[in-house]
Design a protein around this ligand. Structure first.
Ligand SMILES: CC(C)(COP(=O)(O)OP(=O)(O)OC[C@H]1O[C@@H](n2cnc3c(N)ncnc32)[C@H](O)[C@@H]1OP(=O)(O)O)[C@@H](O)C(=O)NCCC(=O)NCCS
Length: 196
């Protein structure tokens, strides 16, 4: 039984954190973040109830609550100094590493997404699998492709306004679920999965 395993069993507000110590550098975590294996987090601040899939790398990123980050995402990270005579760290130390990337609440990043440092992803936004996000993404929009472009809104304008007016993001999980159940009852969704 490793120390990392024991650590993972202890709930210090980082329940289900399943990564070895060496992969965690200068991060802070809220409640119940589920970080899977082989994830590298550096200088990140996590809110509550987030998920990060295998092999994702996050550098200097602020993540809100209830976000789902699929495997193999790369968020933030160095821009090498292409304007210098070398892009190599060995001979040029001009890399820009300091821009904070911000992921709002209830954001879903599809597998293999790349999000450039300094970008802000609005609440409820979705990043399509393998998209390359170079610019800010508006709340409740879906962006896809390389470079990522607007595909569609998740909901009609009125519904997005309601979701933003009564956000569930700051609620604890049980209350948040009740809130989502309430929304289902009040505004029925035509669920594409129901006939599968
Ligand atoms: C972005 C996404 C949510 C959109 O789902 P959707 O609404 O069912 O999208 P559709 O399949 O109807 O595609 C709509 C259009 O967007 C394009 N598109 C969808 N996803 C895309 C992606 N990731 N990259 C580029 N284009 C994409 C489609 O080609 C299609 O274009 P067209 O209208 O010109 O034919 C989904 O495609 C996706 O990327 N999901 C991520 C899944 C994932 O990573 N899961 C990992 C486990 S969490």
């Amino acid at each position: 039984m490793t120390i990392a395993y024991l650590f993972n069993r202890i709930h210090h507000g980082v329940a289900a954190l399943r990564i070895p110590f060496y992969k965690l550098r200068h991060n802070t975590f809220g409640k119940d973040n589920f970080i899977t294996e082989h994830v590298l987090l550096n200088g990140c601040k996590f809110g509550n109830y987030n998920y990060v899939g295998n092999y994702s790398i996050l550098n200097n990123v602020e993540v809100g609550n209830y976000c789902s980050i699929a495997p193999n995402c790369i968020i933030g990270g160095e821009e090498h100094a292409y304007w210098d005579y070398s892009t190599s760290d060995r001979v040029s130390r001009k890399n820009i590493t300091n821009k904070r990337t911000v992921i709002g609440h209830d954001v879903w990043c599809g597998a293999g997404a790349f999000i450039k440092q300094g970008v802000t992803i609005g609440n409820g936004a979705i990043i399509g699998a393998h998209s390359v996000v170079l610019k800010d993404v508006a709340p409740y929009t879906i962006v896809v492709g390389s470079p990522a472009k607007f595909l569609k809104y998740r909901f009609p304008e009125e519904m997005i306004a309601i979701l933003q007016e009564y956000p569930y993001y700051d609620m604890p999980q049980k209350q948040a679920k009740e809130h989502i159940d309430y929304l289902h009852k009040k505004y029925a969704i035509d669920d594409p999965a129901k006939n599968i």
